[in-house]
Ligand binder design. Structure first.
Ligand code: PXL
Length: 291
């Protein structure tokens, strides 16, 4: 029998040639955390979809044959982690993948990538929202941002302006199946210049919050980096609140490492400058348990 000396993740995301999103950040982050990444690309793009005129190759027709090959190779994974899908039809393909490859202890993370800042990404329509709503039912952990929480729960961004509105939406989504729901980019209404991440664990009914300083800049792919660190940290054996802390701190340091430059923010945070931070244990922990 062969041994697998390091943990292994099946990463189901697009490959956007230019811009620090999806596989361009998932691979270096998880590799840096000592985890093997096996890529199942959903689409190949010249750049991510926030640049004009991006070129797009949808890999829906190839994915099932690639998965068939993985079955022939008898591959197994400690985690399955999906993100940006190339078409609504891929929801069925990823669902089958999860059902076929999930064994006892497999961590299934679905980042329901749909949009940001209240808007759906240009390549998506309502079918993708319906599809993601069904896919999250198979996940152990989902990591929507506030905009994605709105699309998935059907609540308006206005309704998600209060902590109670957000909690209500989280509880509704948790009924669809996921054990842990992590919502990113939640503004701290009463404290200007702060942003936070809220997490709910259905098993013990606990809500966790981690907050950090907010800088007025928008970098695509931070959600992908966040969920990659969270996944890596949980696979390393960290508790949920520590994993949240590590992921928040990584993004926060990344934004700070980038913000001072005259720089096209569409390129994303300078992860090359901060990857080494993943080697260090949590420097200062700031998670809170909410009532
Ligand atoms: O999760 C960010 C992301 C991933 N993949 C593609 C994107 C984006 C954000 O714009 O366009 C193709």
């Amino acid at each position: 029998m062969f041994q697998n000396p390091v943990k292994r993740v099946a990463a189901i995301h697009d490959l956007s040639g230019f811009g620090r999103v999806s596989l361009n950040v998932v691979i270096p982050i998880l590799s840096n955390m000592g985890i093997q990444v096996c890529s199942l690309p959903t689409a190949v793009l010249s750049s991510h979809s926030q640049y004009p005129d991006f070129r797009f190759v949808d890999l829906t027709p190839q994915m099932e044959s690639f998965i068939e090959h993985w079955k022939e190779l008898k591959l197994s994974f400690n985690a399955i982690y999906s993100g940006y899908l190339g078409s609504p039809a891929q929801v069925g393909i990823v669902s089958n993948f999860i059902n076929d490859f999930r064994i006892k202890g497999t961590l299934v993370v679905v980042d329901p990538v749909l949009g940001d800042n209240g808007e759906l990404y240009s390549s998506f329509g309502t079918e993708m929202i319906t599809g993601m709503r069904s896919l999250i039912g198979l996940a152990d952990i989902i990591t929507p941002n506030l905009t994605e929480l709105s699309f998935l729960s059907g609540k308006t961004m206005e309704e998600l302006k209060t902590a109670s509105g957000i909690k209500e939406a989280i509880l509704e989504l948790s009924l669809l199946g996921p054990e842990i729901i992590v919502v990113t980019s939640v503004p701290e209404n009463d404290v200007r210049g702060r942003t936070s991440v809220l997490a709910y664990n259905r098993k013990n009914k606990k809500f966790w919050k981690v907050s950090c300083d907010y800088l007025p800049a928008d970098y695509p792919g931070t959600g992908d980096s966040f969920t990659s660190v969270l996944t890596g940290s949980l696979l390393q054996g960290d508790s949920l609140p520590i994993a949240l802390d590590r992921a928040v701190q990584f993004i926060s340091i990344g934004v700070r490492a980038t913000f001072g430059y005259e720089y096209d923010s569409r390129e994303g945070i300078l992860i090359e400058r901060i990857l080494h931070n993943l080697d260090a244990p949590v420097q200062s922990s700031s998670y809170e348990l909410l009532d």
